[in-house]
Design a protein around this ligand. Structure first.
Ligand code: 2P0
Length: 317
């Protein structure tokens, strides 16, 4: 029985589109911050006498589709370890599931870490990241603490690594905590298959990633913030250009982007981003975070979060 804890991450340069769906290789690299809040804690117990894997998610038995996704990851662990045993997986998310806060990232990072240990594998962080990738692309990055970059590459090389860069905070503005209508996976597929702008998005993301890594190396928060906001708007533009179109940002999300522009005009430096949902994440320098949160508090519930730890085994509670 092994228990692991992992945290979600929010991308500054986004992953949106796969080069290989079976191996879960992204069309371009990405860069994110692993958070210090909204953990997922997952326990994997081998049950050699069981006929199938089973999954408890937030206190309830999971749906067959959720179990299949877990089994697909456990099948890889069984292949790597030579075991045929099935497992009982019990997992709890502290974040609202499906609200665009990427609980699949913390979920599959925690699952990969706990499962590798339960099946007796002693994997490097790099190999845990490759394993987590097979469950959910963004989970690749949650294996690592703080800033992490996920390489595009092939099955061997497509994993995340640590990046040093400026210290900053994220102010999450929850404008709508209901479930999103189209899953990221389905929306990515539709974007790649139907958007006339998809290849331009992939090309521009690769360029923005190089510039963002340079901004990190230069400890340049301003440049990193500008690249973050522009990459998010480009991602939502390409998503909207799918057929039929998908729009994740609502009028309330746009109001947050507008408010962030006004903060900058007032000399409070902040930049906005958003994932596959209506909630907006604003980045600021650590010293400005409380002021930014206060100024955005009228637009939704806010949470100030910072850089957090990579996925790790914990002693059973
Ligand atoms: C990201 N997102 O880079 C981007 C930005 C959402 C918007 O990664 O199909 O759950 O499991 O690989 O990782 C969300 O998609 O998709 C995501 P799969 P995932 O964080």
């Amino acid at each position: 029985m092994s228990t692991a804890r992992a945290y979600p991450n929010i991308a500054l340069i986004k992953y949106w589109g796969k080069a290989d769906e079976e191996l879960m290789l992204p069309a371009a690299g990405s860069l994110s911050l692993t958070l210090d809040t909204f953990a997922t804690t997952t326990t994997v117990t081998l049950v050699p006498e069981a006929d199938d894997d089973s999954l408890e998610l937030n206190g309830a038995e999971a749906t067959p589709e959720q179990v299949r996704r877990v089994t697909r990851l456990l099948d890889i662990v069984r292949e790597w370890s030579g075991s045929t045993a099935h497992a009982r997986v019990v997992t709890r998310n502290e974040a609202p599931t499906g609200a665009g806060l990427a609980s699949s990232a913390s979920g599959f990072a925690a699952l990969a870490t706990a499962a590798a240990d339960a099946y007796g594998l002693d994997l490097s962080a790099r190999d845990l990241s490759r394993l987590a990738r097979r469950g959910s692309g963004s989970a690749t990055r949650s294996i690592f603490p703080g800033l992490a970059m996920w390489h595009a590459g092939d099955d061997e090389s497509s994993c995340a690594e640590d990046v040093s860069g400026p210290d900053f905070r994220m102010i999450i503005v929850f404008v709508d905590e209901s479930h999103k209508s189209v899953t990221s996976r389905e929306a990515m597929r539709r974007t790649a298959a139907t958007s006339p702008f998809h290849s331009a998005w992939v090309e521009s993301t690769a360029q923005s990633l190089d510039l963002a890594l340079q901004a990190c190396a230069d400890d340049d928060f301003t440049r990193l913030g500008q690249l973050t906001e522009s990459n998010a708007l480009r991602m939502h533009a390409v998503i909207q250009s799918a057929e039929p179109p998908i729009r994740y940002l609502t009028a309330r999300s746009i109001a947050v982007f507008d408010a962030v522009e006004r903060l900058r005009e007032d000399g409070l430096e902040a930049y906005a981003t958003a994932d596959a949902g209506p909630n907006v994440v604003v980045i600021s320098r650590p010293a400005d975070a409380d002021a930014v949160a206060e100024r955005l508090g009228d637009l939704g519930r806010v949470a100030v979060v910072g850089p957090g730890p990579g996925a790790a085994l914990i002693s059973e509670e």
